[in-house]
Structures are given as C-alpha cells and as structure tokens.
Design a protein around this ligand. Sequence first.
Ligand SMILES: [Zn+2]
Ligand SMILES: [Zn+2]
Length: 276
Amino acid sequence: MIEITLLGTGSPIPDPNRAGPSTLIRADGQVFLVDCGRGVLQRAAAIGVGAAGLSALLITHLHSDHIGDLGDFLITRWISTFAPDPAPLPIIGPPGTAETVEATLKAFGHDIGYRIAHHADLNEPPAVEVHEHTQGPVWDRDGVTIRVAPTDHRPVAPTIGFRIESGSSSVVLAGDTVPCSGLDGLARGADALVHTVIRKDILGSIPQQRVRDVCDYHSSVQEAAATAARAGVGTLVMTHYVPALVPGQEEQWRALAAHEFGGRIELGDDLHRVEV
Ligand SMILES: [Zn+2]
Ligand SMILES: [Zn+2]
C-alpha cells in the first residue's frame, strides 16, 4: 500500500487555508516529500512527520511555488537530526537542482555558521546528496523503486514527473505539465496519478494577461482527467488548484474531471489522504 497526503494544495497565490504545492508519499516505511512549497513543514507536523524523518526530497521543477520552503526544510532537518554523522539527504530533481540547493545553503550561510559555532555537536553544514535526472530509474531501496520521465511545462525546462512503486502499488506525481507523451508513459497503469489542475475556463476570462499566461503551461481539470483516462490509472488525485478550490465547489471540479475520466477522483483540502 502507498499512502498519499496532499500537504499543500495551493499555488503561488498565498491562501490562508492552503499551503504551497507539496505531497507526502509513504511507502514501505519510507517517506518521500515531493516538492516543498510554502508552509510544508507546518502541514507535515500536523500528521506527525518531521523534516528529520524523510527518506528523500523529490523535486518536479524549480518554480518558486514548488521550492519556496527549501531553505526552511534543509535547515530544519539539519538542526532536528540528532544522530551522529547523519547520512546525507538524497535530493532528486531536474538539472538545475544542484545549483539551487547550493545557492540556498549559501543564502543560509550565516545561520549555518552561527549554529556550528554555538552547538558542540554540529560540526558540518547540512549534508545533502543531489541527483539530477530527466529520465529513468532514480531509486531502488528496500522494496521501493522510483523512476522519472520528462514532463512539458515549457518554457520551464527541464521538468520531471515521478513514479513511485512499492509491492504491487504505484503512484505517479505529474507536477505542473501540459498533456505529454512523457507523462502518458510514466503514468501507464498506475494506481494513482497526482496532478496539478488549472481552471482555464475561469483564468481565461481574467483581464490580466499575466494571469491568463498560466493557462499556457498547465493542464486544465479536463486535460488532467483525460491524461488519467489515456494512461488507464485507477485514481486521479487533483491538487495545486488554480484558482483556489472554494469550499462547496468540490462537486463542480469533480464533474469536470468525471466528464473525461471514469475512475475514482480525489480532491480536497490540505492533508487530504488517499491510499492505493
Ligand atoms: Zn510550475
Ligand atoms: Zn506550480
């Protein structure tokens, strides 16, 4: 069984009720954080998961809403890990991830220096091990495998989706993308597909061009659902709602998806949990 928890279902627009894009996957005793948007550690704390307890950080792409709390995550993990000589945190993302992580650690360089100077048992900066990939297997440990494939979020490139498998269960995390063959292949036959969704019918009529631009490189609810149908997945989990999903309108969003996809459809608030 794999457990999916939507830690943050928001978007770049701050929302009092929705943290930034982040999804937690628990599989076979391993815990993966997929993207680390605004407020991710507060949401994780609500389900008893701390930064020190994560097996790896997976990053779909380097848009600010998906990495906004990277610094908080790296520093908090570092200062809340009490094992001597902790193993480096694996971080898997597209090319550019290593530079982003390095720059983030540099930005927190003063903080890291203060803490090393103050605490006798902190002698090294946060240990990380960054792996950049666009395609193929990226993880094989204790019964859990992960592979990635390119998605299409251009002009943001490269971007990747993840497929996490444990036993006979599989979950695919699409991130932000328009429908594309890379995602179709990655998602084929998966138990669940976690996908960003955009209401193009709403955004398309907003007078600011910058807001309408958002439609260019995301999937609408219908497009995400059509991807789920093409790939033959069991459950579509919608997240990263733009505009924010207003309480009471869940059935409207669900109906748009159900028009294209006959399987189980999940959506909701932060901390919504789905098991496959
Ligand atoms: Zn994005
Ligand atoms: Zn996004």
